[in-house]
Design a binder for this molecule. Structure first.
Ligand SMILES: Nc1ncnc2c1ncn2[C@@H]1O[C@H](COP(=O)(O)OP(=O)(O)O)[C@@H](O)[C@H]1O
Ligand SMILES: O=P(O)(O)O[C@H]1O[C@H](CO)[C@@H](O[C@H]2O[C@H](CO)[C@@H](O)[C@H](O)[C@H]2O)[C@H](O)[C@H]1O
Length: 474
């Protein structure tokens, strides 16, 4: 029989949330939490912490993933997709047990709901319900869980169509920016994020210390209101683009499904959230010297990306001009907590308007970087890029069709302008007037996207590359 570490490794490698694909990474240890289930109860349930390291001699920081575990005495029907393996667990007797990812196991997930409903405190594991005075959402105690089947880097469960439990997979010690920001906005009475209902915090052995070493703590999960009738911004926007391509002789405003009014509303909601965040979590000022540091960091990212992706080299000098302009920018810039990885997939269109989700920042960045103050212009640049992606991602089916390519550019510009109009109306300042700041952040984002696409979706690489060409020429 293969060792239980090998079985955990094969299971993790097959999961969308496992961020180590493409690296030669091995699971070197699994630590476990206190039992959530009572002694003698089946399935037995606890949380696993999976430690991943590079191969011997390769210096990759050890990463920790959360893997909730449910142990059964026999294989469970219809749970084969969540089977991690079969091995003997000393705490559960000498017989082999069948071990599953507990988030897919309807007999195990009630422990999370119960923990959050009653604010359970266990050794090294604490559930914190949020008791907002005007809380309207009640989750029935016997609500069944369903795993969301969307592409995501964590795992989300819907309980009774009213609450969504997002269980974080890659763990880092410290405050999770998503929990921190969404809780602060909920407490401030914001209507522009799904209401936070609670969170779970846990302790696990520090990476590199071994199972007996010092422990660290951080958020393991967050429960929010589930927006059952919502559409995500990406699906909504791309269906508008599809309508336009079906009638390519018409302009965007002449076709049914024009998205510009939605983009305008989204711009206004984004400005409102930025203002709420500034009030709830404070602001600061970057003096010009700080901008020199940021411009240098952007330049370094460009150098690294161009070294890795040869197609970017031809635009290097043109893009670098925006970083030089940023370094020479002599105005102080107001900074605050922002979204950090803002795109159309991070917004939900509900019957009450737009709601913003997933304030965790860029997945590959450290927690310290993701919690740092930044300019709201970074979020605006992120969303402007996303309009360009929405328009161009469907072009592959119409390769060589100049008329459609023209319409794509027109759709992107129309919606980018509408977004900025909506933003400016609420914020009182127009992001388009901050040319240097906006273009430097657009260039930085495009460089991030070039690397992201080269690693994850090579057929989409032309999308950020064509934006790089445009920015380099401006
Ligand atoms: N509160 C919610 N209500 C309804 N759907 C949601 C909610 N939060 C997230 N989703 C859906 O789940 C998807 C993934 O959520 P997200 O927070 O971006 O996960 P991850 O950080 O794991 O990538 C979203 O694109 C959206 O479709
Ligand atoms: O949603 P995540 O936080 O995991 O963000 C990562 O994946 C995104 C892709 O899903 C990626 O966004 C890029 O592609 C989007 C279309 O799929 C597009 O709307 C964005 O503008 C573009 O940047 C994001 O950059 C990455 O961090």
């Amino acid at each position: 029989m293969t060792s239980h570490l090998d079985q955990v490794q094969s299971f993790c490698a097959s999961q969308r949330w496992f961020g180590e694909k493409g690296h030669d990474v091995r699971v070197e240890a699994v630590a476990t939490s206190v039992w959530l289930s009572d002694a003698g109860a089946w399935p037995a349930v606890r949380i696993g912490f999976v430690y991943c390291a590079g191969p011997p001699g390769v210096d990759i920081p050890i990463r920790v993933y959360q893997l909730p575990l449910s142990y059964h005495r026999a294989p469970v029907d219809n749970l084969g997709h969540a089977l991690i393996g079969e091995w003997a667990e000393p705490d559960l007797g000498d017989e082999g047990v069948w071990v599953y990812d507990a988030l897919h196991d309807k007999e195990a997930t009630p422990y999370w709901l119960d923990g959050l409903t009653h604010g359970r405190r266990l050794d090294g594991l604490e559930f914190h319900p949020v008791q907002a005075p005007d809380r309207t959402i009640e989750v029935p105690e016997d609500a069944q869980s369903l795993v969301l089947t969307v592409e995501q880097s964590n795992t989300s469960l819907v309980f009774g169509d009213v609450a969504l439990l997002k269980v974080f997979r890659r763990l880092e010690p410290g405050s999770n920016p998503g929990v921190e920001i969404e809780s602060a906005l909920t407490e401030a009475g914001s209507e522009l994020v799904p209401e936070v209902l609670g969170s779970a915090r846990g302790r696990w052995p520090r990476a590199g210390d071994g199972p007996e070493g010092e422990t660290v703590s951080g958020e393991l999960a967050m429960m929010t209101a589930f927006q059952s009738n919502a559409t995500d911004g990406w699906s909504f926007a791309t269906s508008s683009v599809r309508d336009l391509y079906a009638e390519a002789d018409l302009h965007a405003e002449e076709v049914g499904g024009d998205f510009a009014p939605e983009s305008h509303r989204l711009g206004a909601s984004t400005a409102e959230v930025h203002s709420e965040l500034g009030k709830a979590l404070g602001t600061d000022i970057w003096e010009p010297a700080k901008l020199v540091e940021h411009a240098a960091a952007m330049q370094r990212r460009l150098d690294l990306a161009a070294a890795a992706i040869p197609e970017l080299t031809q635009y290097k000098a043109g893009l670098a001009r925006w970083f030089e302009a940023l370094a020479a920018y002599d105005q102080p810039v107001t900074v605050q907590r922002i979204h950090g990885d803002f795109h159309l997939g991070q917004v939900l269109r509900t019957i009450d308007g737009w709601k913003l989700i997933d304030f965790e920042g860029e997945p590959a960045k450290s927690l310290i970087e993701r919690r740092a103050l930044d300019t709201p212009v970074k979020d605006i640049a992120g969303m402007l890029r996303s309009f360009d992606y929405a328009a161009r991602s469907l072009l592959e089916d119409h390769r060589g069709d100049q008329q459609i390519a023209y319409r794509a550019a027109e759709w992107a510009t129309r919606n980018q302008q509408a977004f900025c109009d909506g933003y400016a109306e609420v914020a009182g300042n127009d992001p388009r007037e901050e040319t240097v700041l906006l273009n430097a952040f657009l260039a930085d984002k495009v460089i991030y996207e070039v690397l992201y696409e080269a690693r994850n979706r090579p057929t989409w690489l032309p999308i950020p590359l064509s934006a790089a060409a445009q920015l380099a020429e401006q």
